[in-house]
Design a protein around this ligand. Structure first.
Ligand code: 5GP
Ligand code: MG
Ligand code: MG
Length: 191
């Protein structure tokens, strides 16, 4: 038997910035750019949990080069809409990346602090190459001169959810990306 349960959905969004179709179309273009860059080389994808989970799942299935998948968890937000602490990497890599091509995949480049910390961490393991791919970029928020090697969309300085991006672990399941209604950003129902 199938039980219908209420779920958080797009009606909680003030605006939809990117539809599912926009995202899928761009992922297909990004995978062509990556395939062109890696030319069939073996690549270790390091996905930054939890935000990059959905993007990584679609991206790796769209790429036509061999991959290994590893994950790092970086935390700084807690249940808030702004960073609460400097980014902390909370798990070790499972794969040996020495002399391997590594592509870090993240959901969004905001201040740049998370990716900077991840890169400093991975560089210590002597990869053959180290590149970054983000779905979203908020150029207005960069604190450090840093840009991703591959980027899906440049977006305005607004807190977005959906397609892996959360507010207090919710909304990751939306297939679009949008701006959460302001009153919900402060609501107790999300803690
Ligand atoms: P940064 O360290 O670049 O400031 O932030 C990177 C991380 O903060 C992202 O990987 C993401 O988890 C979180 N983040 C930054 N901006 C947003 C946003 O607009 N929405 C959500 N849900 N998370 C964000
Ligand atoms: Mg993240
Ligand atoms: Mg988050």
């Amino acid at each position: 038997m199938r039980t219908i349960r209420p779920r958080y959905n797009e009606s909680d969004l003030e605006t939809v910035l990117l539809t599912s179709e926009d995202i899928q179309r761009r992922i297909s273009e990004l995978s062509s750019e990556l395939s062109e860059h890696y030319q069939g080389e073996d690549v270790t994808i390091v996905s930054i949990l939890s935000g990059a989970l959905v993007f990584t799942a679609d991206l790796i299935r769209s790429c036509n080069f061999p991959t290994r998948l590893d994950c790092l968890r970086a935390e700084s937000y807690g249940n808030a809409t702004t960073a609460q602490t400097p980014p902390r990497i909370t798990n070790p890599l499972k794969t040996d990346i020495k002399n391997h091509h590594v592509l870090v995949v993240d959901d969004i480049l905001d201040s740049g602090n998370t990716l900077k910390a991840i890169i400093a961490h991975l560089e210590k393991h002597s990869p053959a190459s180290l590149k970054t791919c983000v779905l979203l970029d908020k150029p207005a928020r960069h604190e450090k001169s840093f840009s991703a090697d591959f980027c899906g969309f440049s977006i305005p300085d607004q807190f977005v959810v959906g397609y892996g991006l959360d507010f207090a672990e919710r909304y990751r399941n939306l297939s679009c990306i949008g701006v959460l209604r302001e009153e919900l950003q402060n609501s107790d129902t999300h803690s």
